[in-house]
Design a protein around this ligand. Structure first.
Ligand code: CA
Length: 627
């Protein structure tokens, strides 16, 4: 810890800026160095002047408090802090739990009122092991805005709570589609209150991924049916969680504690100036996030904030997992503290993150939660970019292809990813997220298009199937970007963070057009779930029971899984990934096998029989046989 912050006391009790009862409300805000602090009370979430302001009183733990008598349920408030003789701008505080439009003012709210009917019976779907996790990353608008989505609450939390939605041809969309696909974790792009969409102008088309946090502990207003009423977004988020749970899916929050929309006007800086952000020696904000600032997770109050925020989403909203954006900006100690605290609530809650930063953070590298230090963070996973890049090409050059498009030399990193990174940075294969595309960069269909010369659609679909086969037969934890199972594209845009719906929304007619691809991915997920050999969960099991078969041809990777040894009903499983434009032959142990995957077709119970020792794999496809 930086010595200069040793004299900032840290409260032992949980961060509770508002403690409500019908008789009185106690306000509290942490600001050890302030000269004066007050709380302003308003009737409305925006506009007007305070009907009352109360001076607050400094306590020994650095918080300022005041108790206001009467029933304040529904009253809006802001805090204001004075330093160096000047009053800073008003802020809803760092831990607002309910806010008005655009998150400018917080609200005193009896949260019990926001619980939808049946909330007390809401239960987390069972998860046996992290090795069973299948992630589906999605954005609310991508998933529902299309005119043919059949979804009424387009672009809203409630889009994911609608039952029985269909596209024009009667095929399942939305929640029903997810059930059909068989994923068990839905990872929602930022769902907390962020700043880049104006909640007061929702009649105008606006789109953003939302990696610009404002209020970390409140759902985003633009995804609610009424951002002006603080209770609505809270209730609707809960309704969504409950619907996903009932459909057998867990909910993962994408959390961006590493930076805020704007440091200077953030609640952190307006309450405790100088504390929450790392700075360079010259006093400027460090910028490991590439977004203008980086938070200081190593400082006790920032660590406490992240920890309590995570626990709050679990307890209040029944969230089941977290994706830490730019986790490499956080320190290892903080990440381990989170794992430990979460374990006390439920050790099946899945935690993963990006084991990197955008720029070099202003903190000793050896203490940061980078991918290379995953072994020091058991129970936390990181994105495996090695296999991603080996399959589709490096992130920094969209035009460059790799294994999929027949560029040789990437076989090694494909194998690295198939094993779950255990030959490198992962202590267990469940520490690696296996993926070929996510919201960042081009989606896989665009990337394949950009890296193949005049390839036919049939050829591109073949490669898409091959790519997703690699992801779903990896010992890592697979992640699918929404719509990749339908050949969704983003019109070639790679950083589509604020592109219009016309770029980002999934056209649901794609499901009708590419039913064959959807069917293949769905069956692949199902096959993975049925066969533990594809997700052994432990490094020593993978090392012992997964072997790569010698292959001379470039752009071909073949492996054999000893299924029975890990309790699978299939004894020997052979998988070959062939990205060559011609049929290749691979030597396998002599025997009689059932064919599960061949030439882009998949049938778990068998497409036919293979006898012999020389297996012929059709061009640009995966093949799987078992006995
Ligand atoms: Ca917002």
């Amino acid at each position: 810890m930086t010595a200069e912050f040793l004299d900032w006391p840290v409260p032992r009790s949980p961060l509770a800026e508002v403690e409500y009862s019908q008789q009185a409300t106690r306000f509290s805000v942490w600001s050890p160095k302030a000269e004066q602090v007050k709380v302003n009370l308003y009737r409305r979430g925006e506009g007007g002047v305070p009907f009352e302001s109360y001076p607050m009183h400094l306590q020994v733990d650095g918080t300022w408090t005041v108790a206001v008598s009467g029933n304040l349920n529904g009253v809006f408030y802001t805090f204001q802090v004075q330093t160096a003789g000047k009053w800073k701008s008003e802020t809803p505080g760092i831990f607002a739990k309910a806010v008005g439009v655009n998150g400018k003012r917080a609200q005193v709210l009896d949260l019990k009122e926001t619980n939808p009917e049946g909330w007390d019976r809401d239960a987390r779907p069972v998860l046996r092991s992290f090795s069973d996790v299948v992630l589906y990353e999605m954005h609310y608008r991508d998933f529902s805005m299309d005119q043919e989505s059949g979804i009424s609450h387009k672009g809203k939390f409630l889009a994911l709570a609608e039952q029985g939605t269909k596209n024009a041809e009667g095929l399942a969309t939305g929640l029903e589609h997810l059930k059909e696909l068989g994923v068990n974790h839905v990872c929602l792009l930022p769902s907390y209150d962020y700043g880049s969409v104006d909640e007061a102008r929702l009649q105008m088309p606006q789109y953003n991924w939302g990696y610009d946090p404002v209020n970390y502990n409140v759902p985003e207003g633009s995804y609610s049916t009424n951002p002006e009423d603080p209770a609505v977004r809270i209730k609707e988020f809960k309704q969504m969680v409950m619907a996903l749970h009932q459909a057998g899916m867990r909910v993962v929050m994408d959390v961006v504690y590493n930076h805020v929309l704007d440091a200077g006007t953030s609640a952190f800086e307006l309450t405790a100036p100088g504390y929450f952000f790392r700075k360079h020696a010259d006093g400027t904000y460090a910028n490991g996030s590439g977004c203008g600032n980086e938070t200081a997770s190593e400082r006790p109050m920032m660590r406490k904030f992240i920890l309590e925020s995570v626990l709050y989403w679990i307890k209040e909203y029944h969230v089941d997992g977290f994706r830490f954006d730019l986790m490499g900006i956080h320190d290892v100690e903080t990440m381990n503290a989170i794992r430990k605290a979460v374990d006390q609530l439920d050790p099946s809650i899945f935690l993963y993150g990006e084991g990197w930063a955008a720029n070099k953070p202003a903190f000793p590298l050896e203490l940061l939660a980078m991918k290379g230090r995953m072994a020091q963070m058991p129970g936390i996973a990181a994105f495996g970019d090695e296999m991603r890049d080996a399959l589709r090409g490096a992130w920094n050059n969209n035009k460059k292809g790799a294994f999929l498009t027949g560029v040789s030399g990437h076989e090694k990193n494909v194998k690295f990813g198939l094993m779950g990174a255990i030959q490198g940075w992962a202590a267990t294969p469940t520490q690696m997220i296996s993926y070929v595309s996510c919201h960042d960069d081009m989606c896989i269909a665009d990337r394949i298009k950009a890296t193949t010369q005049r390839a036919s659609k049939e050829e591109r679909i073949r490669l898409q199937k091959l790519a997703l086969t690699a992801v779903l037969v990896s010992q890592g934890v697979p992640l699918i970007w929404c719509g990749d199972e339908l050949l969704r594209d983003k019109k070639g845009v790679h950083n589509s963070y604020n592109s219009p719906d016309s770029v980002n929304a999934i056209a649901w007619k794609l499901k009708t057009e590419h039913m064959d691809l959807f069917h293949y991915i769905r069956e692949l997920i199902s096959l993975r779930k049925h066969h533990v050999a594809f997700h052994m969960g432990k490094a020593e099991l993978v090392k012992k029971h997964m072997e790569f078969l010698p292959v001379k041809t470039k752009n071909v990777v073949a492996f054999l899984l000893h299924g029975q040894a890990v309790g699978d009903t299939w004894n020997e499983i052979i998988v070959v990934l062939n990205s060559c434009k011609q049929t290749v032959k691979v030597r396998v142990p002599q025997g009689t096998y059932t064919i599960a995957i061949k030439g882009g077709e998949l049938k778990e119970s068998g497409l036919g029989v293979f006898k012999g020792h020389l297996l012929a794999i059709p061009p640009q496809s995966a093949m799987m046989i078992y006995r």
